[in-house]
Design a protein around this ligand. Structure first.
Ligand code: PAF
Length: 326
């Protein structure tokens, strides 16, 4: 058999295009919640868009429900390059890029539009860029929603109602300072221990947005839900910096596109659960109350001393530029 130059050139082109497909790169994507949560929906969107953009170059393996460990462990895995990607709450990220903690300050944002505008604007994007200095690469901000308190002891209307309440917080100094100032007994704990600790009565309560309370079915272990909205909870889609540095520019552009779509899907899920979540939880038997404006103001006053610490840590100018951001 004889081969023309054209045949050989075509064969060469075929192998050149098919080579990356043969060398498929696995992306282990870990997250704390189930596949039908806001994190799961974002992870699926990320996978779909990445596939549409890069064909078979990458395969995304999902590890939902803390399948690769707690959020802190997973982020450490990204830093050393044993895990490629994760979706996590900002509450954990403050341990890696301390400036992220500014978004965890209670009563900082006046609603979703305000929070999303800050994250998508220069302040949020500036903090996202800092992850490159600590072995990580922040792709996009997503969100969980505003955090609310659940517990098994009593309905909450005033700071006196949280006095001595053993409430699990994230391992985050900003949250801890706020609950200490309110007079509660905060217990920082990694998420994978929370459900069993609630079941065993080691803690009375916890705080998380409706997206988490509904998708985890916290109603099975908690009686009271107080819509306190005390903290807005951003989330982030992150990749390992060693992994990111190995990508081509075209691949990086595809990851950015996939992450932007994933973040939009996460916000879409949150928008939906914000309108349906309270009814769902009532139907599942939770006793729900919303803080009135006056009740919320009393909680804000109760953490005035913590605010002095926040100004010291993050700078009053930064905090005020977030509060006044338009
Ligand atoms: O409370 C937490 O630790 C986080 O909100 C969670 C549920 C792990 C999601 O990131």
């Amino acid at each position: 058999m004889t081969y023309t130059f054209r045949t050989l050139a075509c064969a060469g082109a075929f192998f050149a295009f098919s080579a990356p497909a043969m060398a498929q790169t696995e992306i282990k994507l870990g997250y704390a919640l189930a596949e039908d949560s806001h994190y799961g929906v974002a992870a699926k969107t990320f996978e779909e868009v990445l596939k549409a953009e890069t064909g078979d170059a990458f395969t995304v393996t999902h590890f939902p429900s803390s399948g690769l460990g707690g959020e802190r462990e997973v982020i450490e895995g990204l830093q050393i390059g044993t895990i490629e990607a994760t979706i996590v709450s900002s509450g954990t990220l403050a341990n890696f890029v301390p400036e992220t903690g500014v978004f965890d300050i209670p009563f900082l944002f006046n609603g979703f539009d305000h929070a999303r505008a800050v994250l998508d604007g220069p302040i949020g994007q500036g903090i996202l860029a800092k992850f490159d200095n600590v072995g990580l690469h922040g792709l996009a901000w997503g969100e969980q929603g505003f955090r609310h308190i659940t517990n098994n002891r009593n309905a909450i209307h005033t700071p006196a109602d949280v006095a001595g309440l053993k409430i699990r917080t994230m391992e985050n100094p900003v949250h801890l300072a706020a609950f200490n100032a309110m007079g509660a007994a905060p217990t920082p704990m990694a998420w994978p221990e929370v459900i069993s600790s609630l079941q065993q009565g080691v803690i009375d309560g916890q705080e998380n947005p409706l997206s988490v309370i509904v998708s985890v079915k916290l109603n099975e272990v908690q009686k009271y839900l107080t819509l306190s909205g005390h903290v807005y909870s951003p989330a982030m889609l992150l990749v390992s910096k060693p992994f990111w540095d190995g990508l081509t520019d075209d691949q990086k552009a595809a990851f950015d596109k996939a992450a932007t779509a994933a973040a939009a899907a996460m916000r879409g899920y949150v928008d939906n659960v914000e309108t349906t979540g309270v009814e769902t939880l009532k139907e599942r038997g939770m006793e729900v109350n919303a803080l009135s404006t006056e009740e919320k103001a009393a909680f804000q006053s109760s953490i005035a001393s913590a605010y002095e610490d926040y100004y010291g840590t993050y700078g009053k100018d930064l905090v005020e530029s977030i509060v006044n951001f338009e």
